[in-house]
Design a protein around this ligand. Structure first.
Ligand SMILES: [Zn+2]
Length: 470
């Protein structure tokens, strides 16, 4: 009788130890005893890639030493029970909880509870996403004769908390404990450029830019560019950004945009991400050292559409002509609304026809207000200090409103002014020594950017290499 040990990837980079307590082995039907087996995976096993599935029923060669540990005592006593490690990967379905998943897969409620408690040290089980994979492993023990039923014991539960972080609850002598595995990713630079035909979003996707980077790009330029009205066919963009790849070169997540350029109606607006050495603040600057950051953002919401501007209009609910004292941005219910600038919340709550409403005081003379929200972001209350770009609430249609939109007001000395035409005071302008070092930083960056091939070029190269191999 041979035992099979199927290996899971749980142990990646963390050499771990299973101890199966109180495993009763009967030798020749005469001796009853208590044996504890230790499985100590060696370095080879510990470095097996997480993406390699262990569904194969054969033990792969890297595990041979592990296999020996288990089979040795059994060869000496051919009638010992079969001990098998069974691994399962289960996908989270709608309405699933970790508890449901574990018990459905064969774990007892008690051991499931223990494993979940261990995981909860670093993981919120409510964060479980539909489609997420959970890896389970069990030790199955089959007695030599059909005298007693087989027993199954849960030994580990692991899940990816992020692309580069795996958490596992591992059974130890005294219950489950959590182990965290950080998968080291390598940082590389990537570059994309394109010409806008219909929308920046479409052109950027075509150029291979991940959605997160496109949104970053829009955010970075949102101080200067009205994406609704200023983008035209033929305008160009270029983005240079960090991304993190696994050891096979697969990009797993994106980092910061380091450099970007938009060419609008022939005029190039280049921006460089730079940390000023004196205050250590990071910001985007023009090649001349002017910060892009203004005291207030023009559009405090991502991907929104201006649906109604400032001025006289026929009110959609009241029917008569009324002064519209803000700008309306149509966006799906639940879209995050950002603080247009640094400031302190002056009011957050129900406010008549405004519905759920937030007002932020930015400077002595400037305030902004946000209305018809579905709800407020956590912790938003009077006196709370907020940073520019921080989410303060979500688009809704509370109060006097016909559909989900953000009603946005800018108040100057207590009076509403047109948010789209307000002349906003500029951010920091670099001077002196800092400007000198920034300018040499820009030169170096330009050289670095030019040296990195475009994502589209890289895709073509890969395709070429593939056909060569075929
Ligand atoms: Zn409005």
């Amino acid at each position: 009788m041979r035992s099979k040990i199927k290996h899971t990837a749980n142990g990646k980079k963390s050499s771990y130890k299973y101890v199966i307590p109180l495993l009763t082995v009967t030798v020749g039907g005469v001796i009853g005893g208590t044996v504890a087996y230790s499985f100590l995976p060696d370095e080879d096993i510990a470095s097996i890639d997480a993406s390699e599935s262990s569904n194969s029923s054969e033990t792969d060669s890297a595990n041979s030493s592990l296999k020996e540990v288990v089979t040795a005592p059994q060869e000496a006593a051919p009638t010992t029970p079969t001990i098998e490690e069974v691994t399962k990967t289960v996908s989270v379905g709608k309405g699933d909880t970790l508890m449901k998943l574990l018990t459905r897969s064969g774990a007892t409620p008690q051991e499931s509870h223990q494993a979940i408690v261990a995981l909860s040290e670093k993981y919120d089980p409510r964060q479980l996403k539909i489609g997420q994979d959970i890896k389970l492993s069990f030790i199955k023990e089959t007695p030599p004769e059909q005298s007693s039923p087989e027993t199954v014991q849960l030994i580990s539960v692991s899940l990816k908390e992020d692309v580069d972080r795996e958490l596992a609850a591992i059974r130890k002598e005294d219950g489950f404990s959590i182990e965290e595995t950080v998968i080291s990713l390598e940082k590389e630079m990537a570059r994309a450029e394109g010409v806008i035909e219909n929308s920046l979003f479409l052109a950027a996707s075509k150029a291979g830019l991940p959605t997160r980077v496109i949104l970053d790009l829009i955010r970075i330029y949102s101080y200067d560019v009205d994406f609704q009205r200023e983008i035209q066919t033929g305008d160009k963009f270029e983005v240079f950004f960090e991304r993190f790849v696994d050891k096979d070169g697969n990009p797993l997540k994106e980092g910061n945009v380091q450099y970007a350029a938009l060419t609008l109606s022939g005029e190039k607006i280049a921006l460089y991400r730079y940390q000023t050495p004196d205050d250590k603040l990071v910001d985007y600057y023009s090649p001349l050292g002017q910060s892009v950051r203004k005291t207030l953002m023009r559009t405090p919401i991502d991907g929104a559409r201006l649906t109604s501007g400032f001025g006289k209009r026929k009110h959609p609910i009241l029917g008569y002509t009324k002064m519209h004292r803000g700008a309306d941005f149509g966006a799906p219910r639940g879209t995050p609304i950002m603080a247009a600038g640094d400031g302190v919340i002056e009011m957050a709550g129900r406010n008549g026809a405004y519905g759920n409403y937030v007002r932020i005081r930015h400077t002595d003379s400037y305030k902004t207000a946000y209305a018809h929200m579905k709800g407020f972001a956590k912790g938003m209350r009077k006196g709370k200090r907020v940073k520019q770009g921080q989410t303060i609430g979500y688009v809704g249609t509370t109060g006097r409103s016909t559909g989900p939109h953000l009603h946005y007001e800018v108040l100057k000395n207590g009076r509403q002014i047109n948010p789209l035409s307000v002349k906003l005071p500029a951010g920091r302008k670099l001077k002196g020594k800092i400007l000198t070092s920034f300018k040499s930083f820009v030169k170096k960056m330009d050289i670095e950017v030019a040296a990195v091939p475009l994502l589209t070029e890289m895709a073509q190269l890969e395709a070429k290499n593939k056909t060569k191999i075929d």
